[in-house]
Design a protein around this ligand. Structure first.
Ligand SMILES: Cc1ncc(COP(=O)(O)O)c(C=O)c1O
Length: 407
């Protein structure tokens, strides 16, 4: 490839590459993509406009990109073991937030109720939180964790769902370390007449690698980003059940899939980013490999080792451990064995100075502020891609302890 002529941008790209290589990356939502994914992103596919869907476009010249989009859809269904007669998948959403927004726009009347995990208990902004568009156009009915176990309180969730009758229940998280019981969520959704959507953005790669339960048996709609544990480009997928319908005021039934496609385009977006779609297809093929299965299992082993070592060193881990790639660590409670606790901001700043990148995070029952909360979130997906194993993560825990323990 010809060298880039814009030296100013080239320098910044090189500097970022160097930064990424020089740190231990424990950001739970990041990963390190393959050269093939990067190559697909930097191609002439970015030149093409293709508003619409395969076979139904508003522009000419789509014979190649129609094949590309259909192949990406096939790979997405295949990866998660889905039958094309039962599941549709939209591969055009530009990222996770617009994907979630598209689902609500399609299926929830404006002003309706979204039942989602509250932000400080591990939910995402787009699960109806007030600062997000999803909390302005719809009303959030928050659910959370049991203060003692710090795991989802399904009894409380069910009682709230029956009392509030939400239009949709969103299972999934951005900062919750445990397995979500999708079967229970299905039963609760059925008990209150809600649609069940699972946002598997964080654990999609773990589901693909069969290291975490799949939501597809129970959910009506499944959204996911592609760029976290799934190790693809920044993008999102929306899976929807073809047999689920909504009947409009004229008495006409429309499938969820049809409504979601319309919400993505023309509802929220214009043309798809086809270079991104190609990179998604590459990542989906990679995720179907036996090596990826091993990778997914290793991510969880590494997270368990990191959590275990931090606990042994005296730190409080939310819910006592993890079943996934992520750990929530309470930095505000003083560690056992001496030293004071510290706020999440200071913890994250100190670690960054020591070459470990994490993010500050609220914890259940948060008593401080989101800008300087009581904890940090750690994830193992990126460093597992780089080949780290349990013993490496135990060493990382020891380094974290050294940096955070006030002397
Ligand atoms: C569960 C969940 N859903 C949606 C999103 C939004 O994704 P994006 O940042 O691509 O908009 C995130 C991002 O962290 C997430 O964790």
């Amino acid at each position: 490839m010809q060298a880039m002529k814009d030296t100013q941008i080239k320098k910044l790209i090189e500097a970022e590459k160097k930064r990424q290589k020089s740190v231990i990356n424990l950001i739970a939502s990041e990963n390190v993509v393959s050269k093939d994914v990067l190559e697909a992103l930097g191609t002439e596919l970015t030149n093409k406009y293709a508003e619409g869907y395969p076979g139904k476009r508003y522009y000419g010249g789509n014979e190649v990109v129609d094949k590309l989009e259909s192949l990406t859809q096939d790979r997405a269904r295949k990866l998660f073991g889905l039958n094309a007669s039962r599941w549709h998948v939209n591969v055009q959403a530009l990222s996770g937030s617009p994907a979630n927004l598209a689902v609500y726009l399609a299926l929830v009347p404006l002003g309706g109720k979204i039942m989602g995990m509250s932000l400080d208990n591990g939910g995402h902004l787009t699960h109806g939180y007030k600062v997000s568009m999803t909390g302005k156009a719809w009303k959030q009915i928050p659910f959370g964790v049991d203060p003692k176990t710090e795991t989802i309180d399904y009894v409380d969730l069910k009682a709230k769902a029956i009392a509030e009758k939400p239009d949709i229940i969103v299972g999934g998280f951005t900062a919750y370390p445990r397995i979500v019981d999708f079967k229970k969520l299905r039963a609760i959704a059925d008990a209150c007449g809600a649609i069940l959507m699972v946002d598997m953005s964080h654990f999609a790669g773990l589901v693909a690698g069969k290291a975490y339960p799949s939501p597809f048996e129970y959910a009506d709609v499944v959204t996911t980003t592609v760029h976290k544990t799934l190790r693809g480009p920044r993008s999102a997928l929306i899976f929807s059940r073809l047999d689920k319908t909504i009947t409009n005021q004229k008495g006409v039934a429309h499938s969820f899939s049809e409504l979601i496609d319309k919400a993505v385009f023309p509802g929220l977006q214009g043309g798809p980013h086809l270079n991104q779609v190609a990179a998604v297809a590459v990542a989906l093929k990679e995720a179907a490999s036996p090596a990826f299965k091993k990778y997914a299992v290793q991510i969880i082993k590494n997270a368990a080792a990191l959590a275990d070592e931090l606990k042994k060193l005296g730190w409080r881990i939310i819910s006592g451990g993890t079943d996934s790639h992520l750990i929530l660590m309470d930095t505000w409670s003083p560690p056992v064995g001496g030293g004071a606790g510290l706020g999440g901001k200071e913890a994250s700043d100190r670690l960054e100075k020591a070459g470990i990148i994490v993010n500050k995070n609220t914890i259940p029952g948060e008593t401080r502020s989101p800008v300087d909360p009581s904890g940090i979130r750690l994830g193992t997906a990126a460093e597992t891609t780089r080949g780290k194993k349990e013993k490496d993560f135990r060493k990382i825990a020891q380094k974290i302890d050294k940096v955070l323990r006030k002397r």
